[in-house]
Write a protein that binds this ligand. Structure first.
Ligand code: MRU
Length: 350
């Protein structure tokens, strides 16, 4: 496993890596208050769909600790309020609401009779969610191995490694696992404007794991496909609709179109906790709009003229027809996704 841990629960506190400081500094921040945890998710101290789900789950454990409720009903009410606060932090990644719903469901169990018992259940469920994501990452890496040829050249978008998932990673986990299995792989890393999760975080993670890589500007990916040759693109996901349409970091859709034009297989990689069967298609997925300053400035330096309007959609939807396959811990789904995802989800663990 990694020598760094994005999300850790220790001594009744939550510890996060401040991902905004990487790659310059590896800083850990400790949280005791669930409202501060909601802020950490909103301001992207922690980011990546599975990691924010795990973080929110431990945020609920903090909310349970903070509550001065003296009976089970009052504590359940406090926890439902905390879940609402945490859930409002970011809208697109379904892992956030998935993790919170799991905890709210467990704490609503009428058999829980004491306040202490209820608090223990919250922490137990948060730990189970973290363990699920770690296990899923391992299995995803194994499931993908047969798709990765010896000498594979990848393009990867955003950051989907241990920082984003708590485990070995999803799309980046596919690359790291193939490298660890002895395959001679090379990853082209999209820098991923505006927040540079690729250039800052993915390149840093690939250094930690010793995986050969090259950072490119987002707009260079099609050129690399045409001139170098790319075997496969792997990207993560924030919410996959029942028809396979996928919300992921802005720029994923452009990469999928470039891959389609160059006959490069394009794989979405994620745990089943990121598949939202309640959403029929990508049209129903809310796309987070983030502050204009993320686009008008790069690393605190203004790069657009004062007064020029800026739009900052943080995610886009890649239509299912551009997706070769969706790699999960339950197996790989192929089109038609309505059928294959439904079959995978029927087997998925809760
Ligand atoms: O805005 P971010 O950095 O949270 O966006 C992250 C992504 O889009 C990832 O690709 C996705 O969450 C999958 S992480 C395994």
């Amino acid at each position: 496993m990694a020598a760094y841990h994005a999300v850790t629960w220790e001594e009744n506190k939550l510890r996060l890596i401040d991902q905004r400081a990487l790659p310059g500094e590896l800083i850990y921040v400790t949280y005791r208050d669930y409202e501060d945890v909601a802020d950490a998710i909103r301001s992207m101290v922690v980011r990546g769909a599975p990691a924010i789900g795990i973080t929110a789950a431990y945020g609920m454990a903090l909310a349970a600790q903070q509550s001065d409720a003296t009976d089970v009903d009052a504590l359940q009410k406090d926890l439902r309020n905390a879940a609402d606060v945490l859930n409002a932090a970011r809208p697109t990644a379904v892992n956030l609401s998935w993790a919170l719903a799991r905890i709210v469901r467990r704490v609503s169990d009428p058999q829980i009779e004491t306040v202490d018992g209820l608090k223990a259940v919250v922490l137990d469920e948060a730990r189970a969610i973290q363990a699920f994501e770690e296990r899923s990452n391992e299995q995803i890496g194994q499931n993908a191995l047969s798709l990765v040829p010896e000498g594979a050249v990848f393009v990867h978008h955003c950051n989907t490694g241990p920082l984003a998932t708590g485990g070995i990673g999803t799309a980046l986990g596919v690359i790291i696992t193939a490298h660890q299995a002895g395959k001679n792989v090379h990853a082209y890393v999209d820098e991923t404007r505006p927040r540079l999760q690729g250039g800052r975080l993915t390149a840093w993670e690939l250094q930690q794991w010793g995986v050969p890589h090259t950072v490119i500007a987002d707009g260079a990916a099609a050129h690399v496909m045409r001139t170098v040759g790319v075997d496969l693109c792997v990207v993560g996901c924030d919410r996959v609709a029942a028809n396979g349409d996928t919300a992921n970091k802005i720029g994923t859709y452009s990469l999928a179109l470039a891959a389609h034009a160059h006959d490069v297989p394009f794989y979405v990689v994620g745990p089943t906790s990121t598949i939202d069967m309640a959403v029929a298609s990508g049209d129903e997925i809310e796309i987070e709009s983030r502050p204009a300053s993320e686009v008008s400035h790069a690393l605190s330096c203004r790069i657009t003229p004062e007064g020029s309007p800026v739009a900052n959609p943080a995610f886009d939807i890649t239509p299912a027809r551009y997706i070769t396959g969706i790699i999960t811990e339950q197996g790989i789904a192929y089109p038609p996704y309505e059928e294959s995802l439904a079959a995978l989800m029927a087997d998925a663990e809760e």
